[in-house]
Design a protein around this ligand. Structure first.
Ligand code: ZN
Length: 390
């Protein structure tokens, strides 16, 4: 089945196309061109989005839940509710992210998440409607620094070893696509090398590392950094530490929580200028409370209190209630970035960071037909997943 979509503009996102024509066949994009180059084909169903902007669906590579669901506990049958909530905010693919918990609980969660990912691949996910799909798992822990653990419970932090990593990998049936690890913990370098060998995006974070150790981690295979500035040794201009490495090494992409709470807006701007339009990645680090009223929520084994948009456990921030569409709009305000570059940090850049760059994060021929319809203010009007939803 062939469908043609038109609008007034399109972000690939590396280019902007005026009066775009997007041809979708089944669940893939067959072709994209400008009306100036070629007319609309007549042998297909036409959907005209009028004076709007098309962009790839957002990809959130760090999120713990939303719409009341905590991904450490949710059953695969509950995930469509989260998937619909995310799609309403422009997200078409996401990485369920673990928090430090007992290894047994973590493995049970990983098995459930692997089930959900495999059901999504076969398009057999339960429930109707347009849904964001879980594409791979992000292990945030258990190999984190005690000193920079944030809200991850200290009793569940584990020394990194290849056998423990392999146990998690087996429980997830190979669906681990990303892992946050503190490189300074003894044993970390070996696990970084092994995870990189298995094509996991190794991300340094929750770390008190000094700069040379962070550099060694990159040499061992790390390619990304997790929620830059949060749960990291602070930047000192004479002793730069891990942040000196994250902000200056072009081999690393890095992500940031642009809610204006985790990192002050001028520092978000500094981060974006350091990593640039090619390497800056937006994440939400959202928890189950996202899209829900203030109150008490669970984040794996952690009790979280949410009040006026701020999620805390004790004196620490405990994830966020940020949505990706808001993060994108925030970046246009905090840093004066164009909407196109802000969209890029939520689409192509995360897709490339985790090795999904050919099918996800782009609105171009051969990509999966996941895209969003935005107004000029960057608000999501419509989400299309696998060619459906318009
Ligand atoms: Zn997190």
């Amino acid at each position: 089945m062939k469908t043609v979509f038109t609008a007034s503009r399109l972000y690939t996102p590396t280019e902007e196309i005026q009066h775009p024509v997007v041809v979708v066949e089944d669940d893939r994009i067959a072709d994209v061109w400008s009306l100036a180059a070629q007319a609309v084909p007549t042998n297909a169903k036409l959907i005209d989005f009028g004076d709007t902007l098309l962009a790839p669906g957002f990809l959130d590579i760090h999120m713990h839940g939303g719409a009341g669901l905590d991904l450490m506990r949710a059953s695969p049958a509950e995930l469509p509710r989260l998937g619909r909530f995310l799609a309403a905010h422009g997200v078409t693919g996401y990485f369920p992210t673990t928090v430090a918990a007992s290894l047994d609980d973590t493995c049970a969660a990983l098995e459930r998440l692997a089930d959900a990912i495999e059901a999504g691949e076969l398009d057999r996910a339960n429930g109707d409607g347009v849904q964001a799909r879980p594409l791979g798992i992000h292990l945030e822990g258990p190999f984190l620094s005690h000193k920079r653990r944030g809200v991850h419970p200290p009793e569940y932090l584990v020394a990194p070893t290849v056998p423990v990593f392999d146990r998690l990998w087996q429980a997830a049936r190979g669906h681990v696509r990303m892992m946050t690890i503190a490189p300074e913990i003894p044993g970390a370098m070996e696990v970084i090398a092994e995870a990189a060998r298995r094509h996991v995006c190794v991300s340094i974070g929750n770390s008190d590392a000094e700069m040379p150790v962070a550099r060694d981690a990159v040499n061992a295979g790390a390619r990304h950094a997790t929620h830059t500035f949060n749960a990291m040794r602070p930047l000192d201009h004479r002793d730069p530490g891990i942040l000196g490495e994250v902000l200056t090494d072009d081999r690393l992409s890095a992500d940031v929580i642009a809610d204006g709470i985790h990192v002050a807006p001028p520092i978000v701007k500094l981060f974006l200028e350091a990593k640039g339009t090619e390497r800056a990645v937006l994440i939400t680090d959202a928890i189950s409370a996202t899209g829900m009223p203030d109150g008490r929520y669970q984040l794996g084994p952690i009790e979280v209190e949410v009040k006026e948009g701020k999620a805390t456990s004790g004196s620490s921030l405990a994830g966020s209630v940020l949505t990706m569409d808001r993060a994108v709009r925030n970046v246009t305000q905090f840093a004066d970035w164009s909407l196109r570059n802000a969209v890029r940090a939520a689409t192509l850049n995360p897709a490339r960071a985790v090795g999904l760059g050919a099918s996800y994060g782009v609105l171009a021929a051969d990509a999966s037909a996941n895209f969003i319809v935005l107004n000029a203010a960057g608000e999501v009007l419509k989400t299309v997943v696998r060619g459906r939803g318009a």
